[in-house]
Ligand binder design. Structure first.
Ligand code: FES
Length: 108
């Protein structure tokens, strides 16, 4: 699977990840700036907030109750349609094969 990160400021990172990983881990393991992942992927910190780009929105998993709660606590404004927690977006292994996201200007 592959994640394309569009960072605040215009740079783009294309990252190949192992199946079963997620968008937050893909960023942290590959040194993509702007995604923190403080809670380690427990949907408890909101520092892995991303804005998913349009063509991928229909393929996303449903938002759990925990994720919904944390999306109310993001540092950058929540976008009703595009905001998700990166740690809740699983790649491969039945999840997304490719996803393209915008990284918010701030996570804290
Ligand atoms: Fe903490 Fe995603 S890493 S909510």
């Amino acid at each position: 699977p592959k994640v394309i990160f569009h960072r605040d400021g215009g740079a783009t990172d294309v990252v190949d990840v192992d199946a079963g990983s997620n968008v937050m881990r893909a960023a942290v393991q590959n040194g993509v700036d702007g995604i923190v992942g403080e809670c380690g992927g427990q949907a408890m910190c909101a520092t892995c907030h991303v804005y998913v780009r349009e063509p991928h929105l229909d393929a996303l998993p449903a938002i759990s109750e925990d994720e919904e709660e944390m999306l109310e606590c993001t540092a950058a404004p929540r976008d009703e349609r595009r905001s998700r927690l990166g740690c809740q977006l699983t790649l491969g292994a039945g999840g997304l094969e490719e996803v393209e996201v915008d990284v918010p200007a701030t996570q804290i």
